[in-house]
Write a protein that binds this ligand. Structure first.
Ligand code: AMP
Length: 250
């Protein structure tokens, strides 16, 4: 049996009582690795560039081996851009190539740009009409129960391509799970880490890192998942939140 271990941290009290989100992370590990992992996640919550957490929640649950889905990581492609505006143009063109309608792309940018604080999860937007489909407001849909299948191998593979940082690893794992969900055709993301300007779009089993998607120093990030009009929203949200997934990098 493996275990899903998840951390969420906030400042000013728990998220559900209005605390500001500081950090969240998760892994899927064996029983013997649980104590070490719990400590690493607590350390991470306590030392974040967004500030010091005064609320930290760690949740652990067991996963039956036959419940775990194994999926392939998308191909990673990097686009070097010099300004955020160039980054947005690149992202918009790629989302169009994934079949996402211009009004849906525009809605996604309008929604992300009008955030006054980071969301904790993602918005689900109809890939044709641009309508927001989840009713989850500022919380959005949080994808959980995911990790790399082979940590050492993944780190070596990514390091060989100069992509060793934790942001990339976690974002590619998340994006692999999102793209494997029934009915999702693409994703748009930029980080809420004030020191990290890189964002990405994904679709068609490709993950496109774009080196500037927001202003340095901005603590506001967000994610949009683009969903086919005919998709079963309940099935998508259930898969994203509960199906355990391990991602294989080749
Ligand atoms: P990050 O890439 O961790 O800096 O997160 C950027 C934004 O993506 C956050 O502000 C959230 O809106 C969203 N996000 C982060 N983690 C998740 C997740 N596990 N599921 C869905 N959305 C997430």
């Amino acid at each position: 049996m493996k275990y899903s271990i998840r951390m969420r941290a906030a400042q000013g009290g728990p998220h559900e009582r209005g605390g500001d989100h500081i950090s969240g992370a998760e892994r899927i590990v064996s029983e013997s690795n649980l104590p070490t992992m719990a400590e690493q996640l607590v350390q991470r919550a306590l030392h974040h560039s967004k500030g010091k957490a005064d609320f930290i929640n760690i949740t652990i649950d067991g996963l039956a081996d036959n419940a775990i889905h194994y999926i392939k990581a998308p191909n990673i492609i990097t686009h070097e851009v010099t300004t955020k505006e160039d980054g947005w143009c690149t992202a918009q063109a790629l989302l169009g190539q994934f079949g996402i309608a211009p009004q849906a792309v525009e809605r996604a940018f309008v929604e992300l740009c009008s955030l006054t604080q980071s969301m904790r999860g993602a918005m689900l937007i109809d890939a044709t009409t641009g309508e927001r489909l989840d009713n989850l407001g500022h919380r959005g849909v949080r994808v959980t129960h995911m990790d790399m299948d082979d940590e050492d191998g993944t780190i070596a593979t990514l390091r060989a391509r100069n992509l060793s940082n934790v942001h990339v690893r976690e974002a590619v794992v998340l994006s692999a799970k999102v793209l494997s969900a029934p009915g999702i055709v693409g994703e748009l993301c930029w980080s809420d880490d004030p020191d990290y300007q890189v964002g990405y779009v994904s679709g068609d089993n490709e993950y496109h890192r774009i080196t500037k998607m927001k202003d340095l120093g901005s603590p506001i990030g967000g994610r949009v998942f683009f969903v086919k009009s005919v998709a079963d929203m309940h099935a998508i949200i259930e898969y994203l939140q509960h199906t355990p997934v391990l991602v294989r990098f080749e």
